[in-house]
Structures are given as structure tokens and as C-alpha cells.
Design a binder for this molecule. Sequence first.
Ligand SMILES: [Zn+2]
Ligand SMILES: [Zn+2]
Length: 452
Amino acid sequence: MSRRATLTCLTLICWFLIVPAALCQQTNLDSLVGGAMPSLLSTYKSLHAAPELSHHEEKTSAFVAGELRGLGFTVTEHIGKYAGHPEWTGYGVVGVLKNGDGPVVYLRTELDALPVEEQTGLPYASKARTKDDAGREVGVMHACGHDIHITSFLGTAKMLVELKDQWHGTLVMLGQPAEEAINGAKAMLDDGLYTRFPRPDYVLALHDTGSLEAGKVGYTPGYAMANSTAVDVTLRGIGGHGSAPQVAKDPIVEAAQFIMAIQTIVSRENSPFDPAVVTVGSIHGGTRYNIIPDEVHLQLTIRTYKEEVRQHIIEALRRMAQGIASGDGIPPSRAPIVTASESEFTPATYNDPQLTMRLAQVFKKTLGADNVLEMPPVMASEDFCRFGLENRQIPICQFSLGAVDGAKLAESQRTGVPLPGLHSSLWAPIPEPTLRTGVTAMTSAVLELMKR
Ligand SMILES: [Zn+2]
Ligand SMILES: [Zn+2]
């Protein structure tokens, strides 16, 4: 046999041995996910029908713990300490599966739902009602799709147990409570998450989205979501009779001036290259027509990417509130009070660019290049970023999971009429192929990071 013929022969042997091995692996995952779908769909529907509010995820976390235990994970429950709120139970769940030496990879799902009354009319729609922490009766709904995340998470755990011979290292499945309150991740870390369990090399999560067709995934390297700060502003005046404003100091007029003044923080004080939002979401003051009240209370949200921009906005709010009060002749004893909440703050989400691009390549191979899109960052917020620790010590990546009908999405883009999105009472992700794609993408991501 000539040298050339030998090489051709070797190439052919390689082709038959190596390429089909990769294809086989893919076919194997596809058929495993396909086989699990009936049970995953039923899990999804039962989770959807039984949502629980943040800090009250008792049954959801017990269900997740039971499923992980059934798959052979070593499970610890009731992880999470909420600073200043001893009345809240930490319902965090951690399942650990050791499979030899190798990287430590955490997969995270949220467990909580929202105080929203479901209006989808789906056969498995939630009819749950409960009292919220303020004692108001509310409907409860998985309006953010955390039930899609839990089901994908459990499906991924099952796949990785079945494909144990293809990876090595320690897989940690993390069920996080109170994402909507953006304090569950911190509560788990404050309860010693990374000292009681192995410290991660990578932390991954997914989130469903209404801006991507089901069957597709999206990725955003670098900054993906903004930080979020809740700010309380109390503008204090001197109350009196509505007919005699000259002997009062009217905090309602002060509030009106304040709201208009702060519109210039982003437009005039901030660099156009630094995204920022200041929104007044709530204003309350006064009781009736003819009384000038003593004070007006406002609730604001601030969103930025950079910490220095966030600090500048908080300082500007203080300065403007004080300036308006002084200008109105309000005495120092009635100065405004501006408080940026520590417990309702979450940093910006920064997806490690190298990790994100590595996963994007895997998704393209597994789902097809047309089904993987780079997505722009948004000003929404998440507490997933906490798991990366300060100064980006641990690479993290949260990717987007398409969850809506492609034809409806195209129609909405054509007409400009928005589809119901996350947190809407009409949010109705299509379980198939959303869940299939979620499990396939997450399993292939872990196989890449932990491959043998
Ligand atoms: Zn949400
Ligand atoms: Zn969410």
C-alpha cells in the first residue's frame, strides 16, 4: 500500500471511529432527553399549579430535595439566613454528586414565585392564593418561569447521572429561594454555602425569556443585567390647613419639584456611555382635600452597571432633595431622609466572557448555530451574580432560554403589539420545546466543563 493510500485509509478509519463517537454522544443525549420528556412535562405542570412566594418555598424545596435524593445526590436542606429577618426560613437546597477528581460545577435554579393572579386559562394554571408578608390576600403564580428552571434543572441532574461516564468532578445542584426578593442568594452565602460545600470553579444558570423563540438560547458575554437599588425618600414639610399654605411647608409641592428635578440626573449628570435608570415607582402622601400633610413618601429604583454611577445617583438624590427643601425654607429639623436599602440591593450580573463564549460554541454544536443568538444586555436585575462573589472571583454565566411560540413572536415584532412577558399574569411559556432545549443546553454545558 502506498504512503498516500495508507493515510487515506487511516483518515477513513478516524472518520468512522471519531466523528460517529461525537455524533453518537449527541444522539444519545437527544434520545435520553426525549425519553425523559413525558415525566418532565408532568413535573412542570404540577410545579406550575403549586407556586409559593419568596421566603415560603417550603413544599417546592422539599420536592426538589426529594428528587435529587432519588437521583443519588447527597442533599442538605434549609440553607439560608436572612439578616434582620429571623421570621423567614431559609429554604435553600444543595445536592452534591461526587464523580472523581475534576472541576466543581454549580447549577442554580430559583424556587420562588410571585404575588400575581394567573389569567392564562391554561388547564394547569395556578389557582393558589395566600397571604403575603404584609397580610394581604394575593394570588400566586410562577409568572417568571422559575418552574421552567426547576424542571430543566431536575432534567439536567437526571441526564448527568445517566451520563456519569462522560464527566468527572463534583456537580452541585443548588435550589435558591427568594430570587424575586433578591435576597435568597445572599442568604445562602451568609449561611456558609461555599464553606459547607465545595467552592465552585463555575456557576451556571438559565432564565426563560419572552423575547426568544422556544428552541433557541441566547447568551450575553460581560455585563448582562444591571444592579438594582431600592431607595426610600421621605420629604418632610410642616402640615396645616389646605386653606392656609402660607403657615405650612407643603411636602406635596416639594415632592412634585423633587420628581421633576431628578429627571436631570441621568440626562445631564451621567455619561451617555453609562446606562442608568431612575424610576419613581410609588408616591404616597396626604389623607384628604383640605389638609397639607406632614410628609410624602416615595419609593425609587435605581439601575446601573457601574458601582460609581450608582453611588453618584444616590448622592445626587440626596443633594437634590436637600436643595429643594432648603429652597422651600424647610427647617433643618425637617430635612429630607434618603435611604438606599442594603437588603434590597443586588450587584450587576457580569457573565464571564471566556466561559460564556465557550458555552456559546457548545450550544451551537448541540442545538445548531441558527438556534443560538447573542443578546443585548438589559436593565433588569437578578441576584445570581452573588454566586460569583465580589470582584468576579468565580466565573459565572446565566444564559437565556427561548420560551414563546415563534409565529406569535414574529407577529408581535411585525405589529409592534408586545406579547405577555415575564411577571405578567398572562405569561405562558410553551413547555415543549422550551424544557427539552433547557435540559439539552444545560447538560451539554456541564459535559463541556467537566468532560473526561
Ligand atoms: Zn422575576
Ligand atoms: Zn426570574
